[in-house]
Design a protein around this ligand. Structure first.
Ligand code: ATP
Ligand code: MG
Length: 365
């Protein structure tokens, strides 16, 4: 088996993805998409549509999940993901992932899953109480399989995902130790060389690990109703940013603190002209006749400048035939993913003494 950190063509392998619970937003863009666009130039990239995970919170809305799955691909393509270079993969058609999930579920204590801080935060933020389905915590184990099925070197994600990646690294080490006899004391990077099936992948956090939502408080999230979507119109962007609370109450001629104003967080991230941001902050601190509306207007312009080309490219997939085009793209990417993940599954099965005979996956035309 090839070492994922240096596969045959020399490009390190990357796996990441999104759950189709809605369209993509600015948090995704600065947290992960930017990294993907950069990496696809010289990495072997797989971008996963985690459509099965969408069922953890929306099992009763299959039509929405199907629609969102296609919408997210349109967002990726609009951002510049190039399907000739990067494989766009549909999770529900990669059986190796489901099978590895079962294997990994035996290697991780139930209480360890439930202690995962990201899971806890999600249960709280989404108001799931204690009525979430069994499959909800199971998705954390499933995500280990999503990643490890591809044996990637890197996983570009936002900050909230780092706890998940840590769990994935634990599972990989445990598998390699239990079934491949890898010495628990060896360095993470040495696992494949010591005979491990799985590498110990690294999280790669984007330029902005956690973009705050338009509510100025919580992480920008599809499910929290505080997102500015990549497909929002200029008018919607204006309304959402225009409605942001500056985190303090002040008049234009009163000194303010830009550090507690989420509009300035956006200014730092989206306005390219550093000198302009510094000047605005300076005037804000001094109370030099600078209204919040003025700062917001500069941010709105910057965000629209970023989104304009994305909107234009997205329009190409929005007409009739757009969905068919997207389905062709994910079908092709999923076939590439299956070629790889079936190899991983076979190696894992062999290590688990489950390697009785090999199988071939054939997609019908
Ligand atoms: P959901 O509410 O369904 O959990 P989400 O908005 O949190 O949706 P995910 O699909 O869970 O989005 O995340 C996809 C990727 O985008 C992950 O790598 C995640 O870390 C990153 N991400 C999501 N929201 C943000 C954010 N506000 N800032 C930075 N990165 C983010
Ligand atoms: Mg999330």
């Amino acid at each position: 088996m090839t070492d994922p950190a240096s596969p045959q063509d020399g490009r390190p392998r990357v796996l990441t993805g999104d759950t189709p619970t809605g369209r993509l937003h600015l948090g995704h863009y600065v947290g992960s998409i930017e990294n993907r666009l950069r990496l696809q130039a010289d990495h072997e990239c797989y971008f996963l549509l985690a459509n099965l995970h969408a069922f953890t919170t929306r099992a009763d809305r299959p039509d929405d999940i199907r629609r969102d799955t296609l919408e997210i691909v349109k967002d990726w393509l609009a951002c510049g993901v190039d399907p000739s270079r990067s494989a766009i993969v549909l999770q529900s058609e990669v059986p190796a992932i489901a099978e590895l999930t079962w294997f990994f579920a035996m290697l991780i204590p139930f209480n360890r899953v439930m202690r995962n801080p990201t899971l806890k935060t999600e249960i709280e933020a989404k108001g799931l109480g204690d009525r979430y389905p069994f499959g909800f915590p199971m998705y954390a184990v499933g995500q280990c399989a999503d990643i490890l099925a591809f044996r990637p070197a890197y996983v570009p994600v936002g900050e909230d995902q780092v706890a998940h990646i840590e769990m994935c690294r634990e599972v990989a080490r445990r598998f390699d130790q239990v079934y491949c006899g890898v010495d628990p004391h060896c360095e993470d990077d040495d696992y494949p060389a010591r005979g491990g099936v799985f590498p110990i992948p690294r999280a790669m956090v984007g330029r902005v690990g956690r973009l705050v939502g338009a509510d100025g408080k919580q992480k920008m999230s599809k499910s929290l109703g505080n997102a500015i979507f990549l497909s929002d119109t200029p008018k919607q962007v204006k309304k959402k940013i225009g409605g942001m609370h500056p985190g303090q109450s002040r008049q234009p001629d009163e000194p303010g603190d830009p550090d507690i104003n989420p509009v300035f967080t956006y200014a730092d991230i989206f306005i390219k002209d550093r000198a302009l941001v510094d000047a605005l902050k300076d005037r804000y601190r001094r109370g030099d006749n600078l209204g919040d509306g003025h700062v917001k207007a500069a941010v709105i312009d910057a965000v629209n400048e970023l989104l304009e080309p994305i909107r234009a490219r997205r329009a190409e997939y929005e007409g009739p035939g757009g969905d068919d085009l997207v389905i062709d793209i994910i079908r092709d990417g999923t076939a590439r993913a299956n070629a790889l993940t079936e190899e991983t599954l076979w190696s894992a099965k062999e290590a688990m003494r489950l390697g009785f005979w090999r199988r071939a996956l054939v997609a019908r035309p």
